[in-house]
Design a protein around this ligand. Structure first.
Ligand code: IPE
Ligand code: IPE
Ligand code: MG
Ligand code: MG
Length: 324
């Protein structure tokens, strides 16, 4: 199910407020990408039109007490940063499928993909700076820098068979959880909640983001491409040592050398996937993802109450059944 489907749990009036917020964000995103002329505009438009779950804007809206313009700007800015990193990530990962369609890199080439990502990133900060809240801009810019640092660390760790769970989690924080956390913080901050609530919602976003990235990394090995919209096994081909692989290497060290020798051989890689699936590491990774998800839900206890908190809880719960 899609994150926005959690709205079906609420009364019509409450549902309407969040759904109207999401629709307004979509409109802002549309306006932003259509501002760019030529092929660059076409490339940015194609990634927006391909969809996506809009999970991060939803986190902004559900961490906020209203959906006035500063909150909508933050929701739009966070999705623009996310889209920019996906467009750049697909260059780095040499991925050819995203949101069920060819990636910008595949359709328009790496150079256009880099420019498209840069444009989206610039627009994100233009959008957020219009709130007049310099602290909010500083918070998002630090996270955006961390995203590229996470990608750098991941590239440096390619095919390194000694990656630890802690190394992996540090990368997940930089690449994913910090953006979830800042989405929650910005929603809270820009709707006038106090520092304590901002920090509590940020802590929720951090744990949720770690859980989300682990589940995504499991899906790289087990997911149905028709549902995930991404090519299965991309991490393996790139030598990205994700949690299921770290755990598989602990259980079956002999898998290690085959990660390297099979890298360009699809049949050989299928054999590696079968061995990883057979050694119990998927279940191990799922347990760790569930632990982070449960921690996120427990942290909601320190967040302001109301239907938004109830929906954040449902959202966290629904994440485990992602794509089910
Ligand atoms: C993909 O994020 C990148 C990760 C952090 C795993 P999403 O799965 O939220 O991507 P879209 O926006 O729905 O395409
Ligand atoms: C996700 O990295 C985080 C980003 C900074 C884009 P992944 O490489 O795991 O994301 P997918 O699987 O391509 O969506
Ligand atoms: Mg990728
Ligand atoms: Mg992935």
């Amino acid at each position: 199910m899609k994150p926005a489907d959690i709205l079906s749990w609420r009364s019509a009036a409450q549902r309407h407020r969040v759904a109207a917020g999401l629709a307004a964000v979509e409109e802002r995103l549309q306006r932003t990408v259509s501002a760019l002329p030529g092929r660059l505009g076409e490339a940015a438009g194609s990634t927006l039109a391909a969809g996506g779950k809009r999970l991060r804007p939803l986190l902004v809206l559900l961490s906020a007490r209203h959906t006035r313009p500063p909150v909508l700007r933050a929701a739009s800015a966070v999705e623009l940063v996310h889209m920019a990193t996906l467009v750049h990530d697909d260059v780095l990962d040499q991925a050819d499928l995203r949101r069920g369609l060819p990636t910008v890199a595949r359709s328009y080439g790496d150079q256009m993909a880099v420019s498209t990502g840069n444009f989206l990133l610039a627009q994100a900060f233009a959008e957020l700076s219009d709130t007049g809240d310099a602290g909010a801009v500083a918070d998002l810019s630090e996270v955006a820098w961390g995203l590229s640092e996470g990608e750098r660390l991941q590239a440096a760790d390619a095919f390194r068979l000694t990656v630890t769970v802690d190394d992996y989690l540090q990368r997940c924080r930089l690449k994913t959880a910090d953006l979830f956390a800042v989405a929650c913080r910005l929603g809270a901050r820009l709707s006038g909640l106090g520092d304590e609530n901002v920090a509590a919602l940020g802590a929720f976003g951090d744990s949720l983001g770690l859980s989300f990235q682990i589940l995504d990394d499991i899906l790289d090995l087990t997911g149905d491409e028709a549902v995930t919209g991404k090519r299965r096994g991309t991490d393996l081909r790139d030598g990205t040592v994700t949690l299921p692989i770290v755990l598989a290497l602990e259980a079956r060290p002999e898998i290690g050398p085959r990660l390297v020798t099979c890298r360009d051989n699809e049949t050989c890689l299928e054999g590696v996937v079968e061995d990883v699936l057979a050694c119990g590491s998927i279940e191990g990774a799922r347990t760790i993802a569930l632990d982070f998800m449960n921690k996120a839900r427990a942290l909601l206890g320190a967040c302001p109450g109301g239907f938004e908190r109830e929906l954040l809880d449902k959202l966290a719960g629904s994440m485990v059944d992602r794509y089910n």
